[in-house]
Design a protein around this ligand. Structure first.
Ligand code: AMP
Ligand code: ZN
Length: 113
């Protein structure tokens, strides 16, 4: 999967993206099609397809992703924000490399629809 995965290519810097944060485990870049004034994707550097593929041996990455999102949001001084993980097509997942959407800069309704 890694060979054809667009987010693996972004993590490897084989294709360009607007990177806003990076550490040993994750990389974060601006979404090409922003749904809010701030719309950043946080991804693990290693390929995991969906949240269903998070297990006992790799689940630390979920915390690393959320910590990165929190650090980015603090850096941007967001008053509040929404974190979204879409899992599988029925929930709107289009890229099958797990990612956390960090959305901010506007109000968000609930329930999300
Ligand atoms: P999802 O629908 O949850 O799988 O989210 C995938 C997101 O990736 C969408 O919001 C797309 O706009 C975004 N996206 C797809 N390709 C790229 C890319 N090359 N650079 C930045 N964002 C991308
Ligand atoms: Zn991948």
């Amino acid at each position: 999967m890694t060979g054809s995965c667009i987010f693996c290519k972004i993590a490897a810097k084989e294709i360009p993206s607007d990177i806003v944060f990076e550490n040993a485990d994750v990389i974060a870049f601006k979404d090409l099609s922003p749904q809010a004034p701030t719309h950043i994707l946080i991804i693990p550097k290693t390929h995991i397809s969906t949240t269903e593929d998070i297990n006992d041996s790799n689940s630390n990455i979920a915390g690393r992703m959320i910590f990165a999102a929190s650090e980015i949001a603090k850096g941007l001084k967001l008053e509040g924000y929404r974190l979204v993980f879409n899992c599988n097509e029925i929930a709107g997942q289009t890229v099958f490399h797990v990612h956390c959407h960090l959305l901010g800069g506007r109000n968000f309704g609930w329930p999300p629809g």
